[in-house]
Design a protein around this ligand. Structure first.
Ligand SMILES: Cc1cc2nc3c(=O)[nH]c(=O)nc-3n(C[C@H](O)[C@H](O)[C@H](O)COP(=O)(O)OP(=O)(O)OC[C@H]3O[C@@H](n4cnc5c(N)ncnc54)[C@H](O)[C@@H]3O)c2cc1C
Length: 376
């Protein structure tokens, strides 16, 4: 492990973004130190609780085109990322099935309209297939006869979030990143480095006052007797509910969307709603075993978009990944790495150079130069 006193990069926060950015930079031959307040498992991160669905089209029902495009590109990038990691990670690209109960049928045309309005034509072409009756049962045999209609979004995917975090931790060790687990970083005493990359998620709130948390609650259940082959989304008037089958009979059922930074345990109401939703999709969930009920807060900027925020000097902040972190992380991290490298070697140092960089960037919409600070 490299113990140089002044690394090229100090990455603050070792959740999803911090691990990915640090790992990429180390892969480019840089000296990198990573500081994470929690342990190497990632249990303090939003990324630990997430369902890790990679569903740019389904998310287009509520997300902007930028996020849909980032998600579609990142879906192509994930296999390359995973192939370089030293541990295996469950990655599936078997689509998303969208269904609804009769009582919520008015949600279906709304969902379709929003997806068609926000998603680029090339994603919709062959990527949004209406299913009726027996077609639905043929696509997802475990749900045969249970729903009259649905949509299959065949190109979408999912990951095992905790395997990603574990494999990235192993990747950091393999690439010689100087990892400081259980090390919270206070802005008053930043570690020495050429460039600081702040990936603390909601932990960056002291320097990003407009950042806010949106609480999400999930259930993890074990139901080896059920055979869902892909994530199932249940249209619901308050928030999108999903049941994501992982490996070995594990299902992640999520997720609530509640304004606020309440990190307390899952409420009875939310547990009832999540588990009832799963039971309503398939009564076999009645015999599932509850492994975990957990909550975390999604780091969210006012426009609900991710951002790369440059302070005009030696600090880059990567934040605002909201409910799309896994879906967009490869592209966001790559853009952050390109920019951070340009900062390190002096290719960007002033407002003009930044404007030029942003103009030519792959994902120029991600870049912002100043933080939206509240008045003192
Ligand atoms: C319930 C739920 C479901 C989700 N489902 C999905 C999904 O299906 N698909 C998807 O794409 N995304 C999903 N997400 C969103 C995804 O988890 C986030 O977008 C992603 O984790 C953001 O990554 P991040 O690295 O910015 O933040 P985080 O993953 O939260 O990582 C931030 C890290 O910074 C550390 N930190 C904070 N403060 C400090 C400090 N002072 N010093 C040192 N370290 C610090 C934290 O411990 C943490 O490890 C979900 C999120 C939730 C909560």
């Amino acid at each position: 492990m490299n113990r140089s006193p002044r690394p090229d990069f100090a990455v603050l926060g070792g959740g999803l973004c911090g691990r990915l950015v640090a790992w990429r930079l180390a892969g480019d031959g840089h000296r990198v130190a990573l500081y994470e307040r929690g342990d190497a498992t990632g249990s303090q991160a939003a990324a630990w609780v997430a369902a890790a669905m990679l569903a740019p089209l389904a998310e287009a029902a509520s997300a902007e085109p930028l996020i849909t495009r980032l998600g579609a590109s990142s879906l192509e990038s994930w296999p390359r990322v995973l192939a370089e990691l030293p541990e295996p990670v469950f990655f599936q690209r078997n689509g998303t099935l969208v269904v609804w109960h009769h009582a919520d049928r008015t949600e279906a045309p709304l969902f379709e309209r929003r997806v068609r309005a926000n998603a680029p034509a090339e994603l919709l072409d062959g990527g949004f297939i209406a299913l009726a009756g027996a077609q639905l049962g043929a696509a997802e045999p475990a749900l045969a006869g249970r729903f009259n209609q649905g949509w299959l979004l065949p190109r979408e995917g999912q990951l095992d979030n905790r395997q990603v975090l574990s494999a990235l931790a192993a990747g950091l060790a393999e690439r010689g990143v100087d990892t400081h687990w259980n090390t919270p970083i206070d802005d008053a005493s930043l570690p020495e480095a050429g460039i600081t990359i702040d990936c603390r998620g909601l932990g960056a709130k002291p320097v990003l006052p407009t950042l806010r948390g949106i609480r999400g609650e999930v259930a993890r259940v074990h139901a080896p007797h059920l055979q869902l082959t892909r994530p199932v989304r249940l249209l619901h008037p308050r928030y999108p509910l999903y049941i994501a089958p992982k490996q070995n009979g594990l299902y992640v059922i999520g997720a609530t969307e509640i304004e606020g930074e309440d990190m307390s345990p899952v409420s009875v109401r939310s547990a009832l709603e999540l588990l009832s939703a799963a039971f309503s999709v398939h009564p076999g969930f009645g015999e599932a075993r509850i492994l975990e009920l957990n909550s975390q807060c999604r780091p969210t900027l006012p426009d609900h978009r991710p951002a790369l925020l440059w302070d005009g000097a030696r600090t880059l902040r990567v934040n605002g990944l909201y409910r799309h972190g896994y879906m967009i992380a490869p592209e966001v991290a790559d853009e952050a790495v390109r920019f951070a490298s340009a900062l390190l070697d002096g290719r960007v140092g002033d407002a003009d150079a930044f404007a030029g960089w942003r103009r030519d960037a792959c994902w120029s919409e991600l870049f912002q130069q100043e933080f939206a600070r509240e008045p003192a």
